[in-house]
Design a protein around this ligand. Sequence first.
Ligand SMILES: Nc1ncnc2c1ncn2[C@@H]1O[C@H](COP(=O)(O)OP(=O)(O)OP(=O)(O)O)[C@@H](O)[C@H]1O
Length: 298
Amino acid sequence: MPSLSIDVANVTVAYPNGHTALRDASFHLHQGVIAALVGINGSGKSTLFKSLMGFVKPVAGTISIAGNTVEQARKLKLVAYVPQSEEVDWTFPVSVWDVVMMGRYGHMNFLRIASAEDKRIVNESLARVGMTDFRDRQIGELSGGQKKRVFLARALAQNGQIILLDEPFTGVDVTTEEAIIALLRSLRDEGRIILVSTHNLGSVPEFCDHVVLVNRTVLAAGPLEEVFTEDNLNRAFGGVLRQFHFEQSTIQDHDGKTVKLVTDDERPLVFGKGGHLEYKDRQGREDLVEKRQKEAGE
Ligand SMILES: Nc1ncnc2c1ncn2[C@@H]1O[C@H](COP(=O)(O)OP(=O)(O)OP(=O)(O)O)[C@@H](O)[C@H]1O
């Protein structure tokens, strides 16, 4: 099989009611990235996910997943999906263990008898998201963050090389968010492609390498540093973003102490004087800090 990649070329998706949710959308993702799928409500993020999973069929354009059609990729279990909480019926009486075992269904025969190997993988997946102690709990009896972790474990059990996460941080506390981000990073380092839909702009620079910016088409896609610019974000979000200008930064030391803060009211996105992104978490970004210092002639 060719190396892992997603190639979306000139894709148009129209729903049966005639609404065109995406028009002429194109982007490419290669293996070993965490990419953010960013856009306002109704911009086509879920539609793009559904297209990648084969739930909706484009009326034009092509989607190739590691050189396969979407149907072939589904047979090969290449793509795993972690849904938004609203999509799940939490009253359905299944345990955490059952949900994660569902990730193995595609690997079993029609009788769905779990092998020792299936059980080992489910145990390992639960351990990886820190949910081993909850294995016998009913899923309806979990907190929002725990539910997200269980569905992430299901994606791991499926061994999806491409993992699509729909708004994984909604209703999740900071500790759980950090744990999920750490896990996503290790999955990326294993060479997988992680595509995360979010409208939480502020968190994107903290954990994503790539960005796919959508507004009924793909407006821009590529490395974060190139795509996450003020101009692009204004194009994607229009009047939705609020901007604050500070003459004196109270957040942290910046070049010239002038920053601009762009926010969608959840978490701020901070641009330094040079127009570059500022990061809350500088750990692991020593290269950028050094680059900035060089630019400043220090
Ligand atoms: N089954 C459907 N039939 C008709 N139109 C639909 C259908 N699903 C979505 N749409 C429309 O397509 C557009 C894109 O919807 P989509 O759900 O992809 O947006 P989104 O970016 O995921 O939004 P959100 O951030 O609110 O989840 C919207 O205008 C929506 O109303």
